[in-house]
Ligand binder design. Structure first.
Ligand code: SF4
Length: 396
């Protein structure tokens, strides 16, 4: 996988003051991918060192008052050319910089204050459809013993739990909010494993409960709150779905967004939401773009066939009618299932980084589908699913 990286994050002394801002999490990522190093300010031909620069009303002004907008644009164009030629789908750029900042940049007052906006290069890369993140995202997704990766597995995908080198197990019934009476369906297990996969700290939940079994949105999201309580910042949801004909094929998929058609929302049932000033939670990028892009890169590198698309979660337990499938197709839905949406809402509200993977075991509306046929199809894709998850864990 190729990744565009700000040179100063790798330790190259190219900043205005002649220094660097190396970040160990980024340096570790760089050891595992093909790096396309960029520094648009050096590419522009500006000297190092030089006075610091900040954006003011779309112009770039050095602290000594000189307008270097055209220099910055020229450097960004040169770096953009390198980035496009590389075909890299992901860029990790230095936060807040007038060239590389993403979402927020220094406000031009040279006082350390920030304002909304993108650096000149970051903006150009985003226009090219490249996923652009700062070092903060890489750091926040980095697993550790204190911050293991949570993995919640759905129907037929629980075998991934067998990869865990366990330090201990946790019975779901000991998890706060998990219903005492719940028993696992075929293909699920209710023993969470805390340990490692390929030396990456993980907590694997090899089964879940569903709204269609009569449980509440708060009950089905108890595993998410448990994972968060254990310190997990990344959470991978894997679920079996039906592919919507015309929008996706059967097989493995990466979820890009979701439509909650269950009529339930765990936050509306959550006592803690009543204690906060505002209960509203933005759902943009609920599926973390950085993790999605890593998953896509792993799949491409390993030759795993995978599609990407929007997931619609229904209450179930009925499958979709032909009219409903037609509606889902028009809505741009690729995958439809009876889990995950409430869990993603809870994880996103808790500030977790979310990766959604699916196995579309059948076409939506296929009247021949049974729980057993889903398990059989999951078995056929088990190897690729395992390689995909291990590949993502390796890059985190
Ligand atoms: Fe770092 Fe980007 Fe500034 Fe170069 S232009 S020093 S890569 S933040």
């Amino acid at each position: 996988m190729r990744v565009i990286v700000s040179e100063c994050l790798r330790g190259v002394a190219c900043r205005y003051d002649g220094g660097a801002k190396p970040v160990s999490a980024v340096q570790e990522l760089c050891e595992k991918v093909d790096v396309v190093g960029v520094c648009p300010e050096v590419a522009s031909g500006l000297p190092v060192p030089r006075p610091p620069a900040e954006q003011v009303d779309g112009r770039v002004i050095l602290k000594d008052g000189s307008d270097v907008t055209e220099d910055f644009k020229r450097g960004a164009d040169i770096s953009l050319g390198r980035a496009k030629a590389s075909g890299a789908p992901l860029a990790v750029l230095k936060a807040k910089s007038p060239s590389c900042g993403v979402g927020v940049i220094y406000d031009g007052s040279h006082t350390g204050k920030l304002t909304k906006g993108d650096g000149i290069l970051a903006h150009l890369l985003q226009e090219e459809g490249i996923c652009v993140v700062t070092e903060d995202i890489v750091k926040s997704c980095k697993p550790s013993v204190e911050h293991p990766v949570a993995i919640v597995l759905g129907t037929g995908l629980g075998h991934l739990g067998s990869l865990v080198k366990p330090a201990r197990h946790i019975d779901y019934h000991d998890i706060d909010g998990f219903p005492d009476e719940a028993r696992p369906m075929a293909g699920h297990s209710f023993q969470a494993a805390v340990g490692t996969i390929d030396d990456v700290p993980v907590v694997v939940y090899p089964g879940r409960i569903h709204l269609y079994q009569g449980y509440s949105a708060m009950e089905i999201t108890s595993l998410v709150r448990h994972a968060h309580h254990l310190g997990c910042r990344d959470i991978i949801f894997a679920c079996a779905t039906g592919s919507v004909p015309g929008n996706a094929s059967t097989g493995l998929g990466i979820l890009t967004d979701q439509i909650n058609l269950t009529g339930r929302n765990p936050l509306a049932e959550w006592d803690e939401i009543r204690e906060v000033e505002t209960p509203f939670v933005g759902m943009t990028d609920a599926y973390t773009p950085y993790l999605r892009t890593l998953a896509r890169g792993v799949a491409d590198d390993l030759g795993i066939s995978v599609e990407e698309g929007v997931y619609a979660g229904t209450l179930g337990p009925t499958f979709e009618t032909p009219a409903e499938i037609g509606m889902l197709r028009m809505l741009g839905v690729s995958y439809v299932g009876m889990s995950t949406v409430c869990e993603v809402i809870m994880a996103h509200a808790l500030g977790m980084n979310v990766l959604g993977l699916t196995l579309a075991a059948n076409e939506s509306g296929d009247a021949t589908v049974t729980h057993e046929s889903v398990l059989a199809e999951a078995g056929r894709h088990a190897d690729d699913f395992e390689r995909l998850v291990r590949g993502v864990l390796h890059l985190l």
